[in-house]
Write a protein that binds this ligand. Structure first.
Ligand SMILES: [Zn+2]
Length: 270
């Protein structure tokens, strides 16, 4: 049984309004969340999940929806150095999805195999007008990725012993989660299918922020059900099904690793 270790890497930060992540709750309350990547190793293979935002997508200090943001390749290189791994050592980059804050620095890993869902590639090639307006995908990524060794997946699969992928559409058509076996159990790296913990655990009354401080938050009313969508869901039917699937696979809330969760930045899983 392979045992992996997962190290969250901070590739930048963005200050959003809380209701952009948990629709209808704590309207107008600012919250700073990280752009995250994850370094995974089983002692032999070196895998990176996501590559953060490219600095060119941050204009006048602002990124998605005009929110103040910081990030770029210096953040990526610094975070990797702190994890004691060089970009040339990464064997495989797995993308939770190809939004520009998750795939923006693919060029730093020319030696790696780059793995994403085929449906995600199709949306990058031909995004909906709403995606273009918001700049979710950046099409300058297309020629960059065509220069790389890319593997397109269709659905679920096992990439390594102890490291599997499940397709979880909803946030985007080709969003996928990583199921990672560690000596403590199986963790689910959820990407933006679940940006922050209260999306999948809507009765939460407190969040831990980047500085370690706690913030009171409003729990969702019971009749809202088992999950609260963010403002970034393109297919709500698919999204709810994906979240139910993730929740059924989780053995406990501590095994969920969301794509922008501030409380996990200093943790190591496994
Ligand atoms: Zn996204």
């Amino acid at each position: 049984m392979s045992q992996w270790v997962i190290r969250p890497l901070v590739f930048g930060t963005i200050e959003v309004k809380k209701e952009q992540l948990t629709t209808g709750l704590d309207v107008g309350v600012p919250i700073t969340v990280p752009y995250l990547g994850f370094y995974l190793t089983d002692g032999r293979n070196k895998v990176l999940c996501d590559t953060g935002i490219n600095a060119k997508y941050i204009v006048d200090g602002k990124a998605w929806a005009g929110n103040p943001a910081a990030g770029g390749q210096e953040w990526v290189l610094k975070a990797l150095a702190a994890a004691e791994v060089g970009p040339d050592e990464i064997d495989v980059v797995i993308y939770s999805h190809l939004h520009n804050d998750h795939a923006g620095n693919c060029h730093l890993f020319p030696r790696a195999r780059h793995v994403f869902q085929d449906a995600e590639w199709k949306d990058l090639l031909d995004p909906l007008p709403s995606m273009v307006i918001r700049g979710d995908f950046d099409q300058s990524l297309i020629p960059e990725m065509k220069n790389l060794d890319c593997q397109r997946l269709v659905g679920d699969g096992e990439l390594f012993a102890g490291l599997s992928i499940i397709l979880t559409p909803g946030h985007t058509a080709g969003s996928q989660c990583l199921l990672v076996s560690t000596r403590r159990g199986v963790y689910i790296i959820a990407g933006d299918t679940i940006h922050v913990l209260p999306i999948a655990f809507p009765s939460m009354t407190e969040m831990t922020l980047l500085d370690g401080k706690k913030m009171k938050i409003t729990p969702a009313p019971k009749h809202w059900g088992a999950a609260v969508p963010s403002s970034l869901v393109y297919n709500h039917y698919a999204w709810y099904r994906s979240v139910y699937r993730i929740q059924a696979l989780l053995t406990g809330p501590e095994y969920l690793v969301p794509g922008h969760e501030p409380s996990i930045v200093d943790k190591v899983f496994g």
